[in-house]
Design a protein around this ligand. Structure first.
Ligand SMILES: Cc1cc2nc3c(=O)[nH]c(=O)nc-3n(C[C@H](O)[C@H](O)[C@H](O)COP(=O)(O)OP(=O)(O)OC[C@H]3O[C@@H](n4cnc5c(N)ncnc54)[C@H](O)[C@@H]3O)c2cc1C
Length: 550
């Protein structure tokens, strides 16, 4: 496999060779560094590389060049290198232009020249950009291979699990890739053995569950201590923030996550309103950074396990893991978030995982290259997904029940959707049915004003509608509202909610003392990454106060 390319562009030959030299020193082993001195030469190189179907990971360009500026080059480069990371070298005077380019052309980063010393000013930025690129292009970097059918729900689950746990893999569709057929033959795998997972150790897993795969990869699926100070259920932003604060403050901490760290945020292609990241960052990137912090401070992660119940045993709280045992802790944080509601249109339930999907990771958009995609939803999550899919799919149709997006989606996303040529928004439209033999083949769309229906061919439907809390597992001891959101703090005492302790409940405490709730799962929470992170941190402050009372 050809090494991915890093292309550098600067009209000043000495700067051009300096940036190429610095990049070669650090990345030359894994990437092919090509240096040119004009935008036209860069486009020429990109066109030739595209013909050979070789990947381009990063373009680093000077802004001020005669004939074509760096930003003009980046805009033109999208034809040949749609997913390439873009790093602009600027002078201070061009800062505003660079910030504008973040919105206009998706510039990933701008760096003020000079970049000396590169160890401090260049490499950390390029490391981040290349890590993101690798995460988005696992097929270029991984030794883990999955062979399966693209309409298989199990294959979809495994791919989601790997992507969201930041484990790169290469995917081979048995029907489309000769290599997939060859690997299947070598492993002598029949139809029932698919998906077949070939792990780097040489082991081959036949139709494995997520837990089988996690175990084979050495990811922890069981807790190692008999009792913890705090057990956190859910590793979304709230749970991960709680874990970072708990472990860094010396509490023995375990986090149980049934799918993958990052929660809903892990599905976001670009979180643009989280403080400190002016360019925005993908949910996968945020989750990866948070996970690194969690493990640095020594919190334990238990992955691919679903919490099924909660018990009070005197001062101990037990979190039940179905047939997989239990974890005991002195306090518990419920951070299990919310998940998308299901469409109730006839036919959709049978096609889940085979063309009909709830949510999507950013990396998933690539598999729709060359196809048309339908999305359902009107909130920011649907808007971000539409823009992400539009980079790969021929056409994206966003189906919206209401008459406009104004009340539900941020203005900046609406503006970008309106400017995107291959996104169509159909208002007052809903999915009335889905059909397909083995996988999605057509949708029935209903006009909500006239009631008229229309049948359209469709292979991909991604659904991003309303949120329902994941709280069945907490049992009747934890009071919830009619929709299942957990009631906490002062609201417990405001009405007759059965709080019996002599002290008032702490701010995020539930009706069971020592059990706290943080993030989207909590009644009246703000449903944003920043608030979930804030509540996770605050929950730990309250856990300290609670532990001091027992
Ligand atoms: C596509 C998308 C884009 C978004 N974009 C933005 C944005 O740009 N800006 C913004 O501020 N917000 C955004 N949001 C909202 C934001 O992601 C959420 O508000 C935030 O993730 C809530 O965090 P949380 O930790 O409370 O819950 P969640 O993120 O829902 O995490 C809960 C976790 O708990 C796990 N879990 C649930 N039940 C169990 C169980 N029984 N056992 C074990 N684990 C369990 C789940 O698997 C999940 O990982 C977006 C959401 C989506 C879906």
């Amino acid at each position: 496999m050809a090494k991915p390319v890093i292309l550098t562009v600067d009209d000043d030959a000495s700067v051009s060779s300096a940036i190429s030299r610095d990049l070669t020193d650090r990345y030359g082993g894994d990437y092919r560094i090509i240096g040119v001195t004009s935008g036209a030469a860069a486009l020429d190189v990109l066109a030739r590389i595209a013909l050979r179907a070789e990947p381009v990971a990063l373009i680093v360009s000077d802004q001020r060049m005669p004939a074509m500026t760096g930003i003009e080059l980046f805009a033109a480069s999208r034809t040949h290198a749609a997913d390439t990371k873009l790093l602009l070298l600027t002078a201070y005077a061009d800062t505003e232009v660079a910030i504008q380019a973040i919105n206009d052309i998706g510039l990933d980063y701008y760096l003020l020249k000079p970049w000396d010393p590169p160890q401090d000013r260049l490499y950390p930025i390029v490391d981040d950009l290349l890590d993101d690129w690798q995460a988005e292009h696992p097929e270029q970097t991984s030794d883990l291979r999955i062979v399966g059918n693209r309409w298989s729900e199990r294959a979809h689950e495994l791919k989601m699990f790997l992507t969201r746990n930041h484990v790169p893999y290469r995917w081979y569709d048995v029907e489309r890739d000769q290599e997939g057929e060859r690997l299947r033959g070598l492993a002598d795998a029949g139809a029932d053995d698919l998906p077949l997972v070939l792990v780097p150790s040489g082991q081959s897993l036949r139709a494995p569950t997520v837990v089988d795969l996690a175990d084979a990869l050495g990811l922890h699926t069981t807790a190692r201590q008999p009792i913890y100070d705090v057990c956190i259920v859910g590793a979304g932003p709230a749970g991960l923030a709680a874990a970072v604060y708990a472990a860094s403050e010396g509490l023995s901490t375990v986090v149980v996550e049934r799918e993958a760290p990052g929660g809903q945020a892990g599905q976001s292609a670009a979180i643009e309103n989280y403080l400190g990241f002016p360019r925005g960052l993908s949910g996968a990137d945020l989750a990866q950074r948070a996970l690194a912090q969690v493990s640095r401070f020594g919190a334990e992660m238990v992955l691919a396990r679903s919490v099924t119940g909660l018990q009070v045993r005197g001062p101990v709280r037990a979190v039940l893991l179905g047939s997989e045992g239990e974890i005991e802790a002195r306090s518990v944080i419920v951070a299990s978030g919310v998940s998308y509601r299901r469409l109730d249109a006839p036919g959709t339930a049978d096609l889940v995982g085979r063309g009909v999907f709830y949510g999507a990771t950013a990396a998933e958009a690539a598999q729709t290259a060359g196809d048309a995609v339908f999305l359902v939803g009107a909130a920011n999550s649907a808007g971000q997904a539409a823009l992400n899919f539009a980079r790969h799919a021929t056409r994206v149709t966003l189906l919206v029940r209401g008459p406009s997006l104004d009340a539900t989606m941020s203005r900046y996303l609406i503006a970008r959707i309106e400017a995107c040529e291959n996104i169509e928004v159909r208002f007052r439209t809903e999915v009335a049915g889905a059909t397909g033999d083995g996988h999605l083949e057509s949708l029935t769309l209903r006009d909500r004003d006239t009631g008229g229906t229309e049948e359209v061919s469709a292979t991909w439907l991604y659904v991003f509608i309303g949120a329902a809390p994941r709280t069945d597992w907490v049992g009747p001891g934890v009071l919830r509202d009619d929709h299942g959101f957990v009631i906490t703090g002062p609201e417990l005492t405001a009405a007759d909610h059965g709080w019996t302790e002599p002290r008032a409940p702490y701010g995020l405490e539930t009706s069971i003392p020592g059990v706290f709730a943080a993030g989207d799962v909590r009644l009246d929470s703000m449903k944003r990454v920043a608030s979930a992170v804030g509540e996770g941190a605050m929950a730990i402050h309250l856990v300290h106060r609670y532990l001091a009372t027992i």
